[in-house]
Each structure stands twice: as structure tokens, then as C-alpha cells.
Write a protein that binds this ligand. Structure first.
Ligand SMILES: [Zn+2]
Length: 142
């Protein structure tokens, strides 16, 4: 079993209508075909706009969401997190009520499985806005 120290929350940084499948395909597609060319997707779970939680990678395996932390992290992502109407896609917490609900339930579950893990936003570890809200604060009492 991996030792899990962090549960890291992300946003996909794209359109809210994207599916988990779209996002994983983009991560795994070779660079020459326009993807990221990763050997593992960025996240273990992706929460779609309607609140559907899709398990995209086994928890026992390392995903590719947060440089320097992946070996000890579970990466969780909600679809959205940017204002696609504006140039430069500025950060926007556009979680739907269903996504908020699913994210809370998923994080509660993961905290039960990994009671010593701390919940963070990606931005706690990188110069990024991801996940476009303060996850550490919002889930401090889980
Ligand atoms: Zn992120």
C-alpha cells in the first residue's frame, strides 16, 4: 500500500461540459497528437458537472496531478474551474451544487480511508490558481 499524505483537489481548467473520459484521453494521448503524453492520468477521481464521480486511476497507483507530491497523493478533480467566456481563461469557482456535494462526499470518504492525509488545493504546492477556491480552508474540518 502507498502511504497517502495528501489529498489534493484540482480543477480541470477547461469547459464544464468535458467528461472524465475526455480529460483522461487528453492526458494520455501522445504529444505529437496534441495530448500531454503522460503514462498516467492527472487524477484518481474526476467529478463531472452533473456530480458524477468517475474513478479514473487506481488509488494504489501514482497519478500525475501535482509535481513533487504524486507518490504520496490522491488527486481529485472537478470539471471546470475557469471562465471560458473570458480571454486567458481566468480562474472561476464554478462548481455546480451537484459537484460540491459529490466532492464533499468523496473527500469525507477518502479521509476515512486515509485518516492521516491532509486535504490541500493544488495551489498550496504550485504557483497556480488550481482549484480556483481555497480547498484547505473549505475542508479544514473534515
Ligand atoms: Zn491542479
Amino acid at each position: 500500500m502507498r502511504t497517502i499524505k495528501e489529498i489534493i483537489v484540482h480543477c480541470s481548467g477547461g469547459n464544464q461540459s468535458n467528461t472524465a473520459k475526455d480529460i483522461v484521453a487528453y492526458h494520455m494521448m501522445p504529444k505529437k497528437l496534441g495530448g500531454r503524453g503522460w503514462h498516467a492520468p492527472g487524477y484518481h477521481y474526476i467529478i463531472e458537472a452533473d456530480g458524477t464521480v468517475v474513478r479514473t486511476w487506481p488509488e494504489e497507483s501514482v497519478s500525475n496531478g501535482c509535481y513533487g507530491h504524486n507518490r504520496t497523493a490522491i488527486n481529485v478533480c472537478y470539471v471546470g474551474g475557469v471562465d471560458t467566456q473570458k480571454p486567458g481563461l481566468p480562474p472561476l469557482d464554478n462548481r455546480t451544487p451537484a459537484q460540491k456535494d459529490s466532492l464533499l462526499k468523496l473527500l469525507r470518504h477518502l479521509k476515512k480511508v486515509y485518516p492521516n492525509a491532509k486535504i490541500h488545493g493544488h495551489r498550496d504546492f504550485a504557483a497556480k490558481a488550481c482549484p480556483s477556491f481555497n480547498a484547505q480552508q473549505e475542508y479544514a474540518n473534515l
